[in-house]
Structure formats: structure tokens, C-alpha cells
Design a protein around this ligand. Sequence first.
Ligand code: NAD
Length: 259
Amino acid sequence: MWKDLAELIDEAAELLTHANKVVIFTGAGVSTESGIPDFRGRDGIWTKYDPDDFTYQKFISDPEARKRIWRGLTAFGEAGQVEPNPCHYALADLDQLGKLDCVITQNVDGLHQKAGLHEEKVIELHGTTRYVKCLSCGKRYPREEIAERVKQGVEDPVCDDCGGMLKSAAIFFGESMPMREVAEAQRRSEACDLMVVLGSSLVVYPAAYMPAYAVHSGARLVIVNLEPTPMDEYAAVCINEKVGEVLPRVVEVMRRKTA
Ligand code: NAD
């Protein structure tokens, strides 16, 4: 049966209102309205760049690729006094309503925290561009500190303490996933009674297993994504609209229902 947007928003708000443990799963689509392109959407990064340039193996073995990546990451940071958008703020509101167990994110931009969510509420499955780490001794640096060195002309920065190779703390292709975060995300996904997927194509694994873990453990599923996903058939509510337009309306309806 065809339903209009207002009905779908109402159904999502109803599910959220009655859920006890809500886990939100976010992808790159949550940040496109902040001006950060996604990978696989209509104007995604892979329509312009070669994913092979962003592999861990290339980064550690090819100094020229490393220099290109450092220049790119530095430019990304500069372009980006990037700000959270209405979807990020609506998730912080959801937390204020006492509804949020956690956000599991594939994003590396730190915008959930910038919108006001506590660090402990956000599980970053693919690391973060907010930090740079030494691949030898593990020392962490704020991204801005290393970006400043690159701007000053250091093409391939190294660790102050041990001279080791530095790399963004975002997970590159071919790099292992952070074990603690993946295990915690799986545990939270299996324990929730509602999972809401926002702005993810659900084709990047193992991250995309999280909604499957939730559904297999009996949770309801809501998906808000511009394009269809492989998990749509398992969703109680599926909305193909912008997250920045849908989420604030969902929270508004929830507020009315509980007022
Ligand atoms: P993806 O690029 O594979 O898919 C994003 C999905 O979001 C697409 O299906 C697209 O149609 C949808 N979308 C785009 N804008 C939307 C909007 N405003 N509202 C609703 N839907 C919207 O992204 P993914 O599934 O997150 O996986 C890609 C990988 O890219 C992840 O590993 C992530 O780490 C990384 N990534 C992160 C960022 C970031 O941190 N902001 C940006 C690009 C890529």
C-alpha cells in the first residue's frame, strides 16, 4: 500500500516512541547535507576518484601516494570548517529525549560529536579524521597539528617520538577494522529493540552486518536513505528522502506524542 511522507514519518515516530533501546546506524549520507560527498551516491566521491589510491597498502608502500593523500587530507580539513546539519542535531535531540542507546557510524568526520553527542554515545567503526596516529608507536596527534606541518611544506610527516610513519586515524581500504569498536557495535546491535539506518547504502562490510544482527535478534528496523538498500525488505518503515528533512520531523512528532 502506497503511503505519503507524513504517514511514514508518523510510523517511524511511533516505533521510536515505543522502543526501549534505540541504536542508530549512520553512513556517509548523513553528512552530504553538511557538504561532504558520499562514496556511492549520485554525486559520490567514486564518480570522480579512483578508490585504489586510498588503500592502506598503497599508503605504506608508495611515498608519492602518501604525499598526495596528505595534501588531500589537509585540503579536506581546510575546506571543512564543516558543520553538523539538521539530521545530526535531531540525533542529539533524540538523546535528550532519553531514547538513544548509541550511534554506530561509518563516518569519519566527527559531526555527531560536534552536534552535541557525548563521545561515549558514538561508536566510530571506520576511525576518524580528527586524529593522526603513528603506525610504529601508536602516538596520536590532533589532525590540525599535522595539517599545519603539511601546509608548512613537510610532504610526508613522521612521528616526533620515534620517527615512525604517520597516518590519519581513519580506516583505509585494506586496513583492519578496530576490533573493540566492531565487537561493541555488534553487541549493541544485538541488544537493541529498534535500529534506525540513516544515509547508508548498506553495501560496505562488515559495517553493514549491524542492521542484520539487529533484525536477527528480533529488533524492528527503520531505514531512511535516498536510494534503495539490500535491507529494505526487512524494514518496518523505509523512507527514500533526505535524512536532514526527515529526522527533525520524526523528533517533532515524537515530542507531540509524548507532550
Ligand atoms: P555510501 O557512500 O556507500 O552510501 C551513502 C548513501 O547515502 C547512498 O545510498 C546515498 O543515496 C545516500 N544519501 C546521500 N545523501 C543522503 C541524504 N541527504 N539523505 C539520505 N540518504 C542520502 O556510504 P556508506 O554506506 O556510509 O559507506 C561508505 C564508506 O564511506 C564508509 O565506509 C564511510 O566510512 C566512508 N565515508 C565517510 C564519509 C564521512 O565521514 N562523512 C564520507 C564519505 C565516505
